[in-house]
Design a protein around this ligand. Structure first.
Ligand code: NAP
Length: 334
């Protein structure tokens, strides 16, 4: 009997066909909307593998219903939508998609930085709304990027890729990370700083940590107060890392100059969210890794992780490595 898997969103046809060859596949087939919780609760009972996205909350309550689940294969590098401890307790492998989206997300982060610094969306809206009456010396003036200082909080894969882009703009790059990265300091000429020092000195503060209990609201009121009033906050990691209420007041009161946000604490963000009322905020609908090539590659990696786990192998991108030592390698393809 083929292992049963459930896919919570439409995926590229060639990946679907690859999975169908060896698995009994069911998919949430509606228009491009997240799978309702009740369907997930129904499906989770007897599946062997779950192919899910960051819009799916995989918590302890849901996992309690899973009788056969061996692997949760998440289509993202972040896995804060999954209670990994609850999965580990039940011997369920959790995987993610690191690496394949690193450069694409760094590109988007730099694009957002530039758009925010140079007020690109505001300028485009200004022109399209017929307000452009003449060239003017101080019209829509922004901040310089070349020769400025970037502070990266979280120097992982994407943080490093961002630092490389900053080099091309002759930026001085500071970083803060929970562990020091001496090799990257040497290779990329980076300077390690405390969080406070980084916030005080940076023109651009870029958040690139995962969302964990330690990083929840890591950037809040007291931090905005020590940032330069010309500084720009860029968040393409996860919304909850920044206290959004404090960010709103920091932007409104001129404690910082602007923010570029690809992520929000609640997604999709409410259309009436106070941050969306501010002209000095550039917002995007969580499209960090959204290039055609990268999203396709991510789907392929999710399938590879799934098939490796179901074949009794240790998936290359396993998140909860600690469960492997307790597991005997069983293939479910017999
Ligand atoms: P990564 O390679 O795992 O890097 C994360 C870095 O953050 C690591 O260097 C880690 O330090 C550091 N870190 C963790 N907790 C910290 C803390 N409390 N204080 C300071 N540093 C801390 O991950 P990545 O691939 O660069 O991705 C980073 C995050 O970006 C993901 O978790 C995801 O949420 C987000 N992301 C968003 C998008 C998007 O579409 N907007 C796309 C991709 C990723 P250690 O080296 O000590 O572990």
């Amino acid at each position: 009997m083929k292992p049963k898997i459930f896919i919570t969103r439409q995926i590229p046809t060639h990946v679907m066909n690859q999975l169908k060859e060896v698995c009994d596949v069911s998919i949430w087939n509606e228009e491009d909307t997240p799978v309702p919780r009740e369907i997930l609760e129904e499906k989770i009972v007897d599946i062997d593998g779950l192919y899910c996205l960051l819009t799916d909350t995989i918590d302890e309550e849901l996992l309690q219903k899973a009788k056969n689940l061996k692997v949760i294969s998440n289509m993202a590098v972040g896995f804060n939508n999954i209670d990994v401890d609850a999965a580990t307790k039940r011997g369920i492998i959790v995987t993610n998609t690191p690496g394949v989206l690193t450069e694409t997300t760094a590109d988007l982060t730099f694009a957002l930085l530039m758009a925010t610094a140079r007020r690109i969306t505001e300028a485009s809206d200004f022109l399209r709304s017929g307000k452009w009456s003449s060239w003017s010396p101080m019209l829509l003036t922004g901040q310089d990027i070349y020769n400025s200082t970037m502070g990266i909080i979280g120097l992982g894969g994407i943080g490093k890729a961002l630092a490389k882009r900053a080099q091309g703009f002759n930026m001085n790059v500071l970083y803060h990370n929970r562990s020091r990265k001496l090799d990257s300091e040497q290779e990329l000429g980076l300077e390690y700083c405390s969080l406070e020092d980084l916030l005080k000195r940076s023109d651009y503060v870029c958040i690139m940590t995962p969302y964990t209990p330690e990083t929840k609201n890591m950037i809040r009121d007291e931090h905005f107060k020590i940032m330069k009033d010309t500084s720009i906050l860029i968040n393409t990691a996860r919304g909850g890392i920044v206290n959004e209420n404090d960010l709103y007041y920091a932007l409104k009161d001129g404690e910082i100059w602007a923010a570029g946000l690809d992520v929000f604490e609640q997604e999709p963000v409410d259309f009436n969210h106070p941050l969306l009322t501010l002209p000095n905020v550039v917002t995007l609908p969580h499209i960090g890794s959204a290039s055609i090539g990268t999203r396709t590659k991510m789907a392929e990696v999710v399938a590879e992780n799934m098939l490796q786990a179901l074949n009794g192998e240790i998936p290359v991108n396993i998140v909860n490595k600690e469960i492997v030592s307790n597991k005997s390698p069983i293939s479910y393809f017999n």
